[in-house]
Write a protein that binds this ligand. Structure first.
Ligand code: ADP
Length: 296
């Protein structure tokens, strides 16, 4: 993956798609009463990736899901809205990139010819600067990420949200068109599953579909004896999915190689595509794709 070359090429060659608010061609769809207008964005499917608590692998799932969609030839955007802990650029090895501005549109960073990435992290002076923003400021930033970034024509926009049920989820649900629903990521232990069930209820309350539940860190294959160790137990995510009558998208094992690839800035499914863990991620992606396109 040659991120620098691709992003430079894009910054030089890109023409404004007309998505931005700065373009005179920009129109917004009529607002529903009391709600902000939807941003005009050329996207077929917006997929939200959400978790009840932090550290369960939500960003890892978002990165690998977006990469898998791009590998399948889909024009994909990955929007990192984890404003308080944006980790996507680090996971993709693009944390030193600065998006260019062309024709008053922000150019996303291209990590593949058909995978565009935008993150709050690109706009922060350094990674240790905390963002202290109130709800309306977050909504303004999210509006900008949708309206003023030159995403082009997207098949999928995968949105990595902060853990929990805060302003960002409400804002993206209100502003983005064609939101197909949310993928909820959990780990199997009771406390994580409890938080995941809150996230499911929240999404349902917003009248958005739950695309399904992913159980991450579900068992670990011991690198020495190859026995499966149930570090956090197994099956909690599947039980939660059953309880709410939503699809179970699959279980991804805990794999030390996944930490290494995240730290090295490579999506795991690209770094080690033949491993059982990468196959599990692929299986999740296939299900998301089938559900999103069926309900479109
Ligand atoms: P979240 O977005 O939920 O806070 P992250 O995706 O940032 O979680 O993951 C937290 C850490 O766990 C990262 O170091 C990541 O590489 C690691 N991780 C995520 N999923 C797995 C997995 N299946 N196996 C091993 N490590 C994982």
């Amino acid at each position: 993956m040659d991120s620098t070359t691709d992003s430079q090429k894009t910054a030089q060659n890109a023409e404004c798609s007309g998505n931005c608010d700065s373009c005179s061609s920009t129109q917004k769809t009529a607002p529903q009463k009391g709600l902000p207008p939807k941003v005009r964005l050329d996207v077929k499917h917006v997929i939200l990736v959400l978790s009840g608590k932090g550290g369960v692998g939500k960003s890892t799932v978002a990165v690998n899901l977006a990469t898998a969609l791009a590998n399948h030839g889909k024009n994909t955007g990955l929007l990192d809205l984890d404003i308080h802990g944006p980790s996507i650029p680090k996971m993709l090895g693009i944390e030193k990139e600065h998006p260019a501005v062309l024709a008053q549109c922000i150019q996303p960073v291209m990590v593949m010819p058909n995978l565009a990435v935008m993150s709050m992290a690109f706009l922060l002076p350094d990674t240790s600067t905390p963002v202290v923003w109130r709800g309306p400021m977050k909504m303004g930033a999210i509006q900008q990420f949708l309206a003023e970034v030159n995403w082009g024509a997207l098949d999928y926009l995968v949105v990595d949200l902060p853990p929990g049920t805060g302003d960002e989820v409400l804002s993206i649900a209100q502003l983005a068109p064609n939101v197909r629903g949310a993928v909820i990521v959990t780990t199997p232990q009771d406390v994580a599953v409890l938080d995941a069930t809150k996230a499911i209820e929240f999404i349902k309350k917003m009248d958005l579909p739950v695309i399904g539940v992913v159980e991450n860190m579900s068992g670990m294959v011991c690198p020495h004896c190859h026995e499966v160790l149930d570090l956090f137990g197994r099956g909690g995510g599947e039980k939660a999915a059953k309880k709410f009558g939503v699809p179970f998208l699959g279980a991804i094992p805990l794999d030390p190689a996944m930490v290494a690839s995240g730290d090295a800035g490579k999506p795991f499914i690209t770094a080690d595509p033949e491993s059982p863990t990468a196959k599990a991620v692929e299986a999740v992606m296939e299900k998301v794709l089938a559900i999103a396109e069926k309900d479109a």
